[in-house]
Design a protein around this ligand. Structure first.
Ligand SMILES: [Zn+2]
Length: 87
């Protein structure tokens, strides 16, 4: 069993691992050590015991940039394929 830092809101040590979140899917909560308080339900960083809001914002921005980058790369590749096969 993993032990987590106590809840920053109510100080309870009854955190549970979060497997899926709307902001990070399956990977986000793993990356940020996101846990949920079993007492008040607050989500926070189970390693540092602090609010994960900043981490969530950073994660969302990074994930957004990566997703955008993938779209751009795929678009460029598609254009390239069309350009090459059009000759
Ligand atoms: Zn709590």
């Amino acid at each position: 069993m993993e032990t987590y830092a106590p809840c920053p809101q109510c100080n309870a040590a009854a955190a549970q691992k979060v497997n899926f979140t709307w902001w990070g899917g399956v990977l986000g909560p793993r990356v940020l050590k996101h846990v949920k308080c079993g007492s008040c339900g607050k989500g926070y960083n189970g390693k540092t015991g602090r609010d994960n809001t900043n981490g969530i914002i950073i994660y969302s921005v990074v994930a957004g940039v990566i997703a955008l980058g993938l779209v751009v790369v795929m678009f460029a590749a598609a254009v390239m394929v069309i350009f090459v096969s059009g000759r």
